[in-house]
Design a protein around this ligand. Structure first.
Ligand code: FAD
Length: 466
């Protein structure tokens, strides 16, 4: 055998969970090793959050350039060189992954390339093409993330794509079928629709974005997609796909009727499964939940007390900021701190048009939790900044506790909802009331004033609405 290399904290995976955990553990005085079998930055930086947002914003610019006549702007022959779009997108990713590598190095974290496999509860083996090396550790943090689910009737090929394949397309497809109207399908479908692709979304349930967002929010996204020529079929059961040299024919069933739709590609976004199968968890006897996730406590500790798990492989929303948050908690727990997870103020965002964002309780959830709540809404259309941006689709809905005005949730649909939700997450985290928000001076003219006005609505004293 080889000579084992000793480390204090060993992190498996360098996504937004793993790299953040590694940096925090190093900040707290640990000798840290990160093992990564793919590319630094994980799904989020390489094939998830960042490249998808780059594609969305490029599509948005292209679409805006062609549709600003009402502002007196007439652009002719607006064209896309998609290989340049891809090159630019790649440069954004590279800047960020390079940045993370520098941060790890700057924090004296050892980065090892290879695939990690547990040997026992204090050691792993790291395999790469030509060698194997054993590492011993005091504590380990598993952050191996998730992969797109493949369904048997839609095996991935050159034309049957998962999100990674769709993000890597070399040209704007003339048409694409998207299976699954969750946030990934809606975001990528929306991006291609902005570039002029004929998009058909097949969603199995009654509504797109139904997990986590209210109907009235999803309805705005639906309208926007339809304006871009997209077709959305709900309660559609995708059955199978036939592939030709030039495209695909997707068969689906809706209201008991079988239908077919042709396109250049089909993008399958029906969920992601945790990467827990091939890391030797059985060697250490780590307990799993019945959904195949790793079971953890409030400090992200698994059933094996020196092994922690974070991010997409544990329960909760599969989001980058959730993985990073848990990474900090796990590293702090290892350092003996009393940090514990609290998801009350975790935001969820969809980078659709308009953007959707939610934090804390919505009306229905408050009711289910037995809280007497007040929902106070203010529209973007009554805000000067939204009007001057020529982007007035949406609203801020503030959820407060009736008895004392405590902010317990918020939902935002509208331009920059993704940024605006942060103020309300802070309000929840800090235990603020509607009055606190209403009394906070918001600069004029800004979209933030919509939040202030929603708080005024809660108090019964809005200035800019009757
Ligand atoms: P990952 O990012 O999946 O990283 C895990 C890493 O572990 C990988 O690099 C992998 O190579 C490595 N690994 C796995 N097994 C081993 C092993 N045995 N040995 C060594 N290394 C291993 N979330 C948001 O919050 N906002 C968004 O806008 C957003 N957009 C998204 C768009 C798309 C198209 C997709 C697919 C996802 C998006 N997500 C978004 C979700 C987000 O990417 C994930 O929630 C996040 O990446 C999870 O982080 P993680 O650290 O748990 O794992």
């Amino acid at each position: 055998g080889d000579f084992p290399i000793e480390t204090d904290t060993l992190v498996i995976g360098s996504g937004p969970g793993g790299y953040v955990a590694a940096i925090r553990a190093a900040q707290l005085g640990q000798k840290v090793t990160v093992v990564e079998k793919g590319t630094i930055g994980g799904v989020c930086l390489n094939v998830g959050c960042i490249p998808s947002k780059a594609l969305i914003s490029a599509g948005h610019r292209f679409h805006e350039a062609q549709h600003s006549e009402d502002m007196g702007i007439f652009a002719e022959k607006v064209t896309v060189d998609f290989s340049k779009v891809q090159a630019w997108k790649g440069s954004v990713v590279k800047k960020l992954t390079g940045g993370v590598s520098s941060l790890l190095k700057g924090n004296n974290v050892d980065v090892v390339t290879g695939e990690a496999y547990f040997v026992d509860e204090n050691s792993i083996r790291v395999m790469n093409d030509d060698s194997a090396q054993t590492y011993t550790f005091k504590n380990a943090i598993i952050a191996t993330g998730s992969s797109p689910i493949e369904i048997p009737s839609f095996k991935y090929t050159k034309r049957v794509l998962n999100s990674t394949g769709a993000l890597a397309l070399e040209e704007v497809p003339s048409s694409i079928v998207v299976i699954g109207g969750g946030y990934i399908g809606t975001e990528l479908g929306g991006a291609f629709a902005s570039f002029g692709t004929k998009v058909t979304i097949l969603e199995g349930t009654e509504e797109i974005l139904s997990a986590g967002f209210e109907k009235q929010m999803a309805a705005l996204v639906k309208r926007n997609l339809k304006n871009k020529g997209a077709e959305i079929v709900t309660k559609a059961n995708a059955k199978g796909v036939e592939e030709t040299d030039t495209g695909v024919t997707v068969t689906y069933e809706v209201k008991g009727e079988e239908k077919k739709v042709e396109a250049d590609y089909v993008l399958v976004t029906v969920g992601r499964r945790p990467n827990t199968a091939e890391i030797g968890l059985e060697q250490v006897g780590i307990k799993m939940t019945d959904r195949g996730l790793i079971e953890t406590d409030k400090q992200c500790r698994t059933s094996v007390k020196n092994i922690y798990a974070i991010g997409d492989i544990v329960s909760g929303p599969q989001l980058a900021h959730k993985a990073s948050y848990e990474g900090k908690i796990a590293a702090e727990a290892i350092a003996g701190h009393s940090s514990e997870i609290d998801y009350l103020a975790i935001p969820a965002v969809v980078f659709s048009e308009p953007e959707l964002a939610s934090v804390g309780y919505n009306e229905k959830e408050a009711k289910e939790a037995g809280i007497e709540a007040l929902a106070s809404k203010f529209p973007f259309a009554a805000n000067g900044r939204a009007l001057s941006l020529n982007n007035t689709d949406g609203f801020v809905k503030l959820i407060t506790r009736k008895e004392d005005g405590l902010v317990i949730g918020a939902q935002i649909a509208g331009p920059n909802a993704s940024d605006m939700i942060a103020e309300l997450g802070l309000a929840i985290e800090a235990g603020m009331t509607a009055e606190d928000i209403a009394m906070t001076i918001h600069a004029h003219p800004t979209l933030g004033e919509i939040t202030m006005e929603a708080a005024e609505v809660a108090l019964g004293t809005p200035i800019h609405i009757i």
